[in-house]
Write a protein that binds this ligand. Structure first.
Ligand SMILES: [Zn+2]
Length: 154
């Protein structure tokens, strides 16, 4: 059974969602986005789970995607990694983390991204780069100029 992100819960027909694996925290998110869909999803047979997010956070930190993932994103990523099931998501950061650990994923509606990337900080002065490890603004260790987050291909 696939793990479904909230886009699937919003857009998929009932027969496609049925039996899918979802995180408990998604119900609250779905209630905020669409109370009708939340009621629908609650009324059908779904596998509701919660997992500890340590491994998911570690994997996301390695690609630099961690600051881009919400607590709900991390919950579904953790469930996908723990169960070994395919993750359906349109979130490019979630797709990126899955790819980095060779975990199967599919797009909900958009075309899936094909390229592996990571995020890095690049100095606007001397153009030095370093790994993104937090959401904080940072200054260059070499010249003191501000650093901006950029996508880098691997
Ligand atoms: Zn610099």
């Amino acid at each position: 059974m696939p793990v479904l992100d909230t886009a699937a819960l919003l857009h998929w027909p009932v027969d496609r969602m049925q039996g899918g694996i979802v995180a408990h925290s998604q119900l609250e998110e779905l209630r905020n986005l669409s109370p009708q869909r939340a009621m629908l999803v609650e009324s059908i047979e779904m596998e509701w789970m919660s997992m500890s997010t340590g491994d998911a956070e570690n994997a996301a930190a390695k690609t630099g995607d961690l600051p881009r993932l919400s607590p709900v994103d991390l919950d579904i990523l953790a469930i996908a990694l723990a169960t070994g099931q395919t993750l359906f998501t349109d979130d490019y950061s979630l797709q990126n983390v899955c790819r980095s650990v060779n975990h199967p994923f599919e797009a909900v509606s958009n075309k899936r991204s094909e390229q592996q990337w990571s995020w890095e900080l690049k100095c606007i002065g001397c153009r030095a780069t370093k790994k993104v490890d937090s959401q904080k603004e940072q200054e260059c260790d070499i010249c003191g100029s501000p650093m901006k987050i950029k996508r880098s291909r691997r």
